[in-house]
Write a protein that binds this ligand. Structure first.
Ligand code: MRU
Length: 384
């Protein structure tokens, strides 16, 4: 998407040096546009765990490139595969909730089996990393096409009046490689001239909505308004929201949706007000091995300082200030799970379906034969 009129992706290979991966360091947005160079798998792990890059798809794409950088670092002898297995384990542990991370790392591990020599494996890892990024772009574009139909239908129903869409956190192009998930239908509708407006939840504690979603929508010229996290219910009660579209970090095969903390409350309010609640997601965000979101999706807990402090621009500098009594305890759950029953539909790269096992599998029939997870596999993708 565009930044000051220039096209960017959230991650790319440096033009004149393919041993360097470039990302937008999202910690500084919206106040400073900083590009970071990542040269080692360790730097990729830090970038993921400290949230220079964040959002399910981008975490996956970064991990894909992290495996490529690990291949460049690996000893060129018989211990290559062992080194890569260890890199895979460390990358997977960088953040626990978004399943795209293990999706990308596992894809790399499978691809590496086809490399015959260390040099061959490096080139396989490079191609696979690029493929992971381009799958992400392509799936988001398709999600946009399917979601567009839903927005157009709403616009028709409203006789062309503004379609008001509420979103939570950042499931925009910054969270993926391009287009975004929740934002892809919005961008497609805006491009087609549909009158859209987005209510952007600020998304405490890290403010991905206020800092990132608002910034990226404004960069594309899409009308949007930032609201306090608690405002959504009120807007819904007063007919000011036509639909909710959010992303997800992990959705179970039965349609339970883990997304940024606070999503569940929006789904409850939407249900109470008869407002459709959509989840836009690539199939790489579906965890095919688990059914029950509440008990089986690992929920990241982050440092309480993210709740105690807030960051922003002050006298031209980015500053961090304490919000709470000094020494207060704070807890910081990063995600919550919205049960499938509260989700109107999933918008995927293969079409729109109900959030349910049968409906998901009807779009992705090749997954049918994989079958249920082994009973012991409860910690996959977690920090442990
Ligand atoms: O903690 P983050 O910023 O990595 O959280 C990810 C998110 O932005 C969301 O939960 C998002 O809505 C889904 S990612 C496409």
């Amino acid at each position: 998407m565009r930044v000051n009129g220039k096209h960017y992706r959230s991650i790319w290979v440096k033009e004149d040096d393919d041993r360097v991966i470039r990302v937008i360091d999202q910690r500084f947005l919206p106040h400073r546009f900083v590009i970071e160079d990542l040269r080692t798998s360790g730097e990729v792990i830090t970038a993921i765990s400290d949230m220079h890059v964040r959002g399910a798809g981008l975490i996956g794409a970064a991990a894909g490139y992290g495996m490529y950088l690990a291949a460049l670092e690996a000893p060129q002898d018989g211990s290559f595969d062992r080194f890569m297995a260890d890199a895979a384990r460390r990358l997977k542990a960088a953040r626990p909730t978004a399943v795209n991370l293990s999706w990308a790392v596992d894809r790399q591990l499978r691809a590496l089996e086809y490399g015959k020599t260390a040099a061959g494996k490096i080139s396989v890892a490079f191609e696979t990393a690029r493929e992971i990024a381009s799958i992400d772009i392509d799936t988001c574009r398709r999600i946009g096409e399917y979601g567009l139909k839903i927005i157009e239908e709403m616009s028709r129903k409203k006789g062309g009046k503004t379609v008001n869409i509420l979103t939570h956190c950042n499931a925009g192009w910054l969270a993926m490689v391009d287009y975004g998930t929740a934002t892809a239908p919005v961008y497609a509708a805006f491009e087609k001239g549909v009158d859209v407006h987005v209510w952007v939840d600020e998304t405490r504690p890290r403010n991905q909505g206020a800092a990132l979603t608002a910034w990226e929508l404004e960069q594309q010229g899409v009308p949007c308004t930032i609201i306090a996290d608690n405002a959504g219910g009120h807007l819904m009660q007063h007919g000011m929201v036509d639909m909710v579209i959010v992303g997800t970090d992990r959705t179970t095969i039965a349609g339970d949706v883990a997304n940024k903390i606070g999503t569940y409350l929006k789904a409850l309010a939407a249900r109470d007000n008869n407002i459709p609640f959509y989840v836009a997601l690539p199939s790489s965000s579906i965890d095919w091995e688990i059914e029950e979101g509440l008990s089986e999706i690992p929920i990241e807990e982050r440092d309480g300082d993210e709740v105690r402090y807030i960051e922003g621009l002050c006298d031209g500098e980015i500053k961090r200030v304490l919000l709470t009594p000094e020494g207060s305890r704070a807890s910081n759950y990063g995600f919550d799970v919205t049960p499938a029953r509260l989700v109107t539909a999933l918008i995927t790269e293969r079409g729109v379906c109900k959030a349910g096992r049968k409906e998901i599998l009807s779009l992705f029939p090749e997954r049918e034969k994989i079958g249920p997870p082994p009973a012991t596999d409860k910690t996959r993708g977690s920090d442990e």
